[in-house]
Design a protein around this ligand. Structure first.
Ligand SMILES: [Fe+2]
Length: 354
């Protein structure tokens, strides 16, 4: 073991000058450094510099027992070796010394060889103890570091996953939307409604990132229908409706909650409360909640945006049309929440303007 570290420092505490002189002479001859204190009070002030305390029991003011009790009450000094010097005759002193928290005791008058054996043993123990503590600290630091790295990597992976979903959704929108802002607005309307419905943060987040996938199936609809500037024929309309099923097909067997909710939303965002929607004609609460939320958000944004077949409607007209759909097209409770939150809705609309 390399002895490059500084020499150990023994704090010698004794109220008698002659004892300090003798003991420091011994300590020096063993190759250790020393510090001297002639009272318990002085000793307590020097603790930070000591590797071991050699403590006299019989002292005026504060005796050795009080000093060691004090040391053990201090933060970070529970393991500091304290050897108490007691008179040979006094068996009770030794028991008291141990119960007060001393690491060991040595009989007075102190024998040089005995002192050396005790000091060496306790300092070796301290060295091992310090090594273990350092090792443990390093280990804890390493674990904390690795945990942080892992968390960062996971967050980056999740961010990449979400970005991929958004870009995929944008790719589908790209065909018939003027800008990518539709899904930005729509997903935020959805998140707002989720929040108003009392969903927790995780669910709100889920909806925020799953709702952009609602029209992903438009990728499978021919441009001649998707971009037709006029009304669709009955046949074209049937094809148009299949974007829900195509979307659910694209998102089939999902590997994440986001994709699973995206699948449900793609499939159900055109269902209507009264059962007159598509593709399955579900009604009321048979329509998944996320689908009902997205229906409100999607229709409002469609009405207020430019589409190949229409100009944007002013907000008042769009809101009137939506109110007419309360209980027929839309879940009345969700529509009411939407109407109650108009101020926030319009703030989102303004922020993500085309
Ligand atoms: Fe749609």
């Amino acid at each position: 073991m390399g002895e490059t570290r500084r020499r150990y420092r023994i704090l010698i505490v004794d109220d008698e000058e002659i004892n300090l002189k003798v003991l420091s002479g011994f300590v020096e001859s063993f190759g250790y450094d020393f510090l001297l204190a002639d009272s318990g009070k002085t000793a307590l002030e020097m603790l930070a510099e000591a590797d071991l305390v050699l403590l006299d029991v019989m002292m005026p003011d504060m005796d050795g027992f009080q000093v060691v009790r004090h040391i053990r009450d201090l933060d970070g000094y529970r393991d500091l070796p304290v050897i108490m010097a007691t008179a040979l005759s006094d068996q009770r002193d030794r028991l008291d010394a141990v119960s007060a928290g001393a690491s060991d005791f040595i009989t007075k008058p102190v024998d040089s060889t005995e002192l050396r054996i005790r000091l060496d043993a306790h300092l070796r123990l301290k060295q091992y103890h310090d090594q273990v503590m350092r090792y443990q600290e390093n280990l804890e630091r390493l674990v904390a570091e690795r945990t942080r790295e892992l968390e960062e990597a996971q967050a980056a992976k999740m961010a990449a996953h979400l970005e991929t979903l958004r870009r995929l959704s944008q790719a589908a929108e790209y065909k018939d939307e003027e800008t990518a802002q539709h899904i930005e607005r729509m997903s935020r309307y959805c998140a707002l409604l989720a929040e108003k419905l009392g969903m927790d943060e995780a669910e709100v987040d889920l909806l925020l990132h799953a709702s952009p996938m609602h029209d992903i199936g438009k990728i499978g609809i021919p441009d001649s229908i998707l971009l037709k500037p006029g009304p669709l024929t009955a046949e074209e309309w049937e094809i148009m409706k299949t974007h829900t099923m195509i979307g659910a097909g694209i998102l089939d067997s999902p590997s994440s909650d986001y994709l699973e909710h995206g699948r449900v939303i793609a499939l159900t965002h055109h269902e209507r409360w009264d059962g007159s929607g598509y593709p399955r004609g579900l009604s009321g609460e048979d329509i998944p909640l996320y689908g009902r939320i997205c229906a409100v958000a999607d229709v409002f944004d469609a009405l207020t945006s430019k589409r190949p077949y229409k100009q944007p409607y002013p907000n008042e007209k769009a809101l009137r049309i939506m109110r007419e759909g309360r209980g027929t097209h839309f879940d009345p409770a969700i529509l009411d929440l939407f109407m109650d939150s108009l101020e926030q809705v319009l703030a989102i609309q303004k922020r993500f303007r085309d």
